[in-house]
Design a protein around this ligand. Structure first.
Ligand code: PLP
Length: 396
């Protein structure tokens, strides 16, 4: 097929050429005297991305899912109670993992399209006077529905109640795209991955662990080995890894961290917001369709899930976009399969790249008989971007 593929799934995101080049390195001895400098530079850079002074970033050869498992198995004991909420496929999968690992899951069910239920957490934690709940799980950015939740509000609930549970946050599709503050929000474990805001291929689970969580790991009897935080922290402390790390991924990560810092993290977040607003203008003002996210407070700046009108199948739009226009849109998952398609707007992106996704989605919808006005999405996004000041990461 002529032309290149347009990758607009919400991860993996486009890997910039700079990172691809940084990854094209010969293999080297990961036990050499020179190696610790690389590890230390990366861990220091990650601390700035997680916005932490005291917590320990850890990179596992894994993906976000491996870091979910590490969080649960390192800091808890078999059968411990966990409080979580389920409002999309990824919050569901973490809950399901907790159940399969033998934890006692207390799950607050929330309508898909809404975010983490702050008052639901408050009543469940207030009722737990014996402090049996040992960990609270929250998905910061539910990638399946395009919903961002307020992590600080959940932290505030724990503070208000003086509840000592650990706070575990899934920031897989937020870190590096949407603000995350490990120390300020007193997050105990943040789970992320390489293939989204960090602009790398999949293959690296990136996580960050507070001192309180490391203390809990000392007291945890849950079986684990490869994903043991304490082994990692001890080894990383000397600049090495307890296993053979992926050299290209480490060089790629180093370059990604440099790129984020060159643009400035706050500018990166501002760019994601600005680009997301253009997509939302295309969806709601141009196409006159709805987002799966039910209210603006939950709109995600890294992914939009777009609801197709009743009687149409979003899976057909995705297939048409892929086969005919070489455009990869994100699928509707589980409960929203066939009902939504998703545009990922995270990582190394600008307006013109996103115009490709908007125009391609528009043509695919028209081909599938969805009555959107030709050019309307592109027009609404143009109108937004041409009447608002662009953040510094975009051209001047
Ligand atoms: N959590 C969220 C919010 C995600 O979007 C994903 C993947 O898309 C995961 C967890 C799982 O991460 P991975 O696919 O890297 O294992």
């Amino acid at each position: 097929m002529a032309g290149h593929n347009f990758l607009f799934v919400p991860g993996p995101s486009n890997v910039p050429n700079r990172i691809l080049r940084a990854m094209a390195v010969p293999m080297e001895d990961h036990r050499s005297v020179k190696f610790p400098a690389l590890t230390q530079e990366i861990l220091a850079g990650l601390k700035r991305v997680f916005k932490t002074e005291s917590a320990a970033p850890i990179v596992f050869p894994s993906s976000g899912t491996g870091c979910w498992e590490a969080a649960l198995t390192n800091c808890l004991n078999p059968g411990d109670q966990i409080l979580a909420s389920r409002f999309g496929q990824f919050s569901h999968l973490w809950c399901d993992m907790g159940r399969r690992l033998g934890f006692d899951m207390n799950i607050i069910e929330v309508e898909w399209g809404e975010g983490a239920p702050v008052e639901g957490y408050r009543s469940a934690l207030a009722a737990d006077v014996q402090h049996q709940i040992k960990a609270v799980l929250v998905c910061q950015n539910e990638t399946a529905t395009g919903v961002t939740s307020d992590i600080l509000a959940i932290r505030q609930v724990l503070e208000d109640l003086g509840h000592p549970a650990l706070l575990f946050v899934d920031s897989v599709s937020a870190l590096g795209s949407i603000d995350f503050r490990m120390d300020e929000w007193k997050v105990d474990i943040c789970v992320a991955g390489s293939q989204k805001g960090l602009m790398l291929p999949a293959g690296m689970g990136i996580t960050c662990v507070s001192q309180k969580a490391l203390q809990a790991a000392q007291n945890s009897r849950h079986p684990r080995c490869y994903f043991d935080y304490l082994d990692m922290v001890k080894s990383n402390g000397t600049g090495y890894f307890p296993y053979t790390p992926s050299i290209p991924m480490l060089y790629g990560l180093r370059e990604a961290l440099v790129m984020l810092e060159e643009e400035g993290l706050e500018n990166v977040f501002a760019r994601h917001h600005y680009l997301a607003e253009g997509v939302r203008a295309a969806v709601t003002q141009g196409w006159k369709l709805s987002l799966c996210a039910k209210a603006p407070q939950w709109y995600s700046d890294s992914v939009s899930a777009i609801v197709v009108p009743a009687g149409f199948n979003a899976a057909e739009v995705i297939e048409r976009a892929y086969r005919r226009y070489n455009l990869a849109l994100g699928a509707g998952l589980s409960k929203v399969a066939g009902k939504v398609f998703r545009i990922g707007h995270l990582g190394d992106l600008n307006e013109v790249m996103l115009m490709g996704a908007i125009a391609g989605a528009e043509m695919a919808m028209l081909d599938c008989g969805i009555p959107v006005t030709p050019g309307s999405g592109v027009a609404a996004a143009t109108q937004f971007w041409c009447t608002h000041e662009a953040p510094v990461g975009l051209g001047a």
